[in-house]
Write a protein that binds this ligand. Sequence first.
Ligand SMILES: C[S@@+](CC[C@H](N)C(=O)[O-])C[C@H]1O[C@@H](n2cnc3c(N)ncnc32)[C@H](O)[C@@H]1O
Length: 321
Amino acid sequence: MATARFIARVFDCVRAADREGLVPGAGSQALDGLSGAKTVGTLQRLAGLFAEEKDACYLEIGVYQGLTLLSVALGNPGIACFGIDNFSLLDPAGKNLGIVKDCIAKLGAKNAVLINADYEVALARLADHLGSRRLGVYFVDGPHDYRSHVMGLLLARPHLHDNAAIVIDDANYAFVRQSTRDFLLTNPDFKMVFEAYSPAHPANMDAATRKRHEAGWLNGIHVLVRDRKGVLPDMLPPVSDSRTLYVNEWLVHRHQLAELAPDALVLAQAVCLGDKDAEASKRESLAKAYAAERALFDKRFKDRNVYSDGLTEGRFNRAPS
Ligand SMILES: C[S@@+](CC[C@H](N)C(=O)[O-])C[C@H]1O[C@@H](n2cnc3c(N)ncnc32)[C@H](O)[C@@H]1O
């Protein structure tokens, strides 16, 4: 399909999802998950653009309990749908792998393939899973730190179909917006089609607001397309002018107690807000976490740890003969 026609159809898919949400009758309405109905409806419709293309497939990072993977697979039985998850997050009872496997079997989603692996490992060996297929639709919904979003986009890029749509979930997060912006600025053959945000993370919404956004784009979304012909004008997500928090990453990474940073911030919060109970309990858990990893921490400097000890003082690549 010509680029301009494909891009016009991507716009149609997003508009239809914005009006109508999920594709009716696809069989996945009962599934629970962490994406908004309009996001799921967009993925279902975008995958449908590749119904006639045997060399194309759908891939997502972040399966959780299977809402997005199964909704797309059931709505598009002719398309191979792959989902990568290592079930490392949001799964305290260790049940999600079993839930996804059961749902695939129970709902008869024969075209859904689960890749139980870390996303970087799976993307580095993607051809082992996909064969000769290219990614027609790629959904990024795994770990939401800045680096994972950038790596998720960069590692998948060589596997994308000539016509490809990328959907990035949780675009409310400032660092997700920043990663999309950085990717678009450095990959000008990709353009943004659509962005949508909600006023807070769903965990911080009241029940009515949450319900409304569950029927929408939940925690924000970006839709990108491959646009080699430059059909679309540039469009970038909004980001802050300040890079302080990204610079802070450098200060955290080099600190002796870097791994304790999230817990240390909770303690700092308790101190700053004068919450004495929280302060006492966090102080205790932080001391425990320190004691548990003391052998590691005590080998380090207090600051400016660079972890270069033992590395080569000079190494050439193999020179051309
Ligand atoms: C937000 S959930 C996905 C939600 C799902 N798409 C839905 O709509 O219901 C994020 C998932 O990413 C997975 N994840 C986190 N880090 C990962 C990693 N390094 N490799 C693979 N999956 C990872 C988590 O286990 C979790 O199930």
